[in-house]
Design a protein around this ligand. Structure first.
Ligand code: 5GP
Ligand code: MG
Length: 484
């Protein structure tokens, strides 16, 4: 057996935390709520899912490969007793798609059970891993989340954190802050211990994490989620985002906030706005749908087209296509219908099906396309395998011209901060000019949104009192943290 930490570069996942005071909770109340929260976050990861809970005496865990609805059944949920817990849904690159990398991680420590769910990617994971191994800590997976878990469990880690001055060593806040002093890169964490639930966000705020509140007569409680779209499903309301560098603790006394580490220059991921997040989620005081629509509007100004209809590539680019249509005055229409149930099937397509490619997912809407000059808006071109077959599908559907408009800039740089971005070699725009890509996908024209246009669309809607600062490394090559 050889565990290569490099294999797991790039994970954009969903995390969740749920807490109810013990007297209000049924036996597996937390697990059931976490199931529904993870269901709402399933777009963030379809590889594996898991929930860990604590019932006052012992911790419980279930995790497996598959979609949230495949992993959890009445039978797997029932044993997950407890009034609080954490959950995770995982998106991984091919190398790390094994059960040993599924989350949450649950271990027993000197201070009781410790479970960790992580979204992001530590850029100094290899170094931290080596330090743990040198201290004699054994690791069973390739995941940097296991490194985080072991660092939190270890009483000798860190020691010089700002919190150390006034918290007794051994308190979880202290250990988390000590970990934060050493960690570089992206981490939004949900942590479970025997008497508290924690939410932690890296000092750059690279990946999202929000805090929600559930209120009822005579009571109040708190939940965490990667995206606000998961809050409504359990009757919670968005309070605010977890701040970069912040540690939030929820326990039977309610809510507490600590500064784990001074914030770094803010670097929230632009790709969350472009593709990753659900359109009804709210980041930085604005709804993702409206940011995507603004990107589409900018795109229409920067790259107009002479055409009859605008179609999106459902679902991710629909808001941008609507924006393009509104700004250009060209009517929005449906041209591609997506099977919304296909997702990740875990059935490997055979050779014949692989050649069919996007047909597995999309059908053209013949009546809408026949004889039309079409603007096809998509949110991104990454590897470049999708746009060509979609153009062909629109032509097959009767389109007389297909003008491709991309509502983000060319992706030229790999992500080391938690988005599943391929290597340099695999990114088509890293080594091909726009005109060459146009030829390859057989479009009548091809244009991308500029970096300035994308940033204007993202930053224009952020309320004045909120700080700004984003990571656009995959488009610009300017990384906010040191990368290998
Ligand atoms: P590609 O250019 O890699 O063939 O695919 C681009 C398409 O995939 C776009 O339609 C975009 O919406 C979608 N896409 C962008 N990023 C991701 C990702 O991280 N995972 C998946 N499954 N699709 C993505
Ligand atoms: Mg898409």
């Amino acid at each position: 057996m050889r565990l290569e930490p490099e294999q797991q570069l790039g994970e954009a996942c969903g995390v969740a935390g749920f807490y109810l005071p013990a007297e209000f909770a049924d036996k597996s109340e937390a697990a059931r709520s976490l199931f529904f929260m993870l269901y709402a976050l399933n777009h963030r990861g379809q590889e594996s899912a898991g929930v860990a809970t604590f019932d006052g005496r012992e911790a419980h865990l279930h995790k497996d490969m598959g979609l949230v609805a495949q992993v959890f059944t009445e039978d797997t949920l029932r044993p997950l007793r407890g009034h609080f817990g954490i959950g995770h849904t995982r998106y991984s690159t091919t190398g790390g798609s094994v059960l040993s990398n599924a989350q949450p991680y649950l271990i027993e420590t000197l201070h009781g059970p410790l479970a960790v769910a992580h979204n992001g990617n530590l850029t100094n994971a290899a170094q931290l891993r080596t330090e743990l191994l040198q201290r004699g800590v054994g690791l069973i997976s390739t995941s940097d989340t296991e490194v985080i878990t072991q660092m939190l469990a270890s009483p000798t880690v860190g020691g010089d954190s700002p919190l150390a001055r006034w918290l007794p060593a051994g308190d979880w806040e202290h250990r988390i802050a000590a970990f934060m002093e050493k960690a570089e890169g992206a981490y939004s964490l949900a942590i479970l211990t025997r008497d508290a639930l924690f939410a932690v966000r890296d000092p750059w705020g690279l990946r999202p994490l929000c805090l929600g509140e559930i209120t009822w007569e005579g009571g109040k409680s708190y939940v965490f989620a990667s995206e606000s779209c998961a809050l409504g499903t359990v009757g919670a309301r968005l309070v605010r985002e977890v701040e970069p560098g912040e540690i939030v603790r929820v326990d039977e006394d309610g809510f507490h906030s600590f500064r784990g580490r001074a914030p770094e220059p803010r670097a929230f991921c632009c790709f969350e706005y472009v593709y990753f997040a659900r359109p009804d989620s709210v980041f930085e005081g604005q709804t993702v749908h409206h940011v995507r629509q603004a990107m589409g509007r900018r795109l229409a100004i920067e790259a107009p087209a002479d055409a009859d209809i605008v179609v999106g590539v459902p679902d991710s680019s629909t808001p941008a296509a609507i924006g393009y249509a509104l700004e250009s005055g060209i009517p929005f229409s449906e041209g591609l219908i997506k099977n919304r149930y296909i997702g990740r099937t875990f059935i490997q397509p055979g050779d014949h099906l692989r050649r069919i490619g996007v047909r597995l997912k999309y059908n053209p809407l013949y009546g809408n396309l026949k004889g039309k000059r079409v603007v096809m808006v998509d949110d991104s071109i990454v590897r470049g395998n999708t746009a060509g077959p979609l153009v062909a599908l629109l032509r097959e559907g009767g389109a007389s011209e297909v003008h491709v408009r991309i509502s983000s800039p060319p992706v030229r740089w790999p992500c080391f901060m938690g988005v599943d971005m391929p290597t340099h070699e695999e990114l088509i725009a890293a080594h091909k000019k726009v005109e060459d890509i146009r030829k390859l996908i057989d479009a009548d024209s091809l244009a991308y949104l500029s970096l300035e246009g994308m940033m204007a669309a993202i930053e224009r809607g952020i309320p004045g009192h909120l700080p700004r600062g984003h990571c656009h490394a995959c488009f610009s090559g300017r990384y906010p943290v040191r990368v290998a």
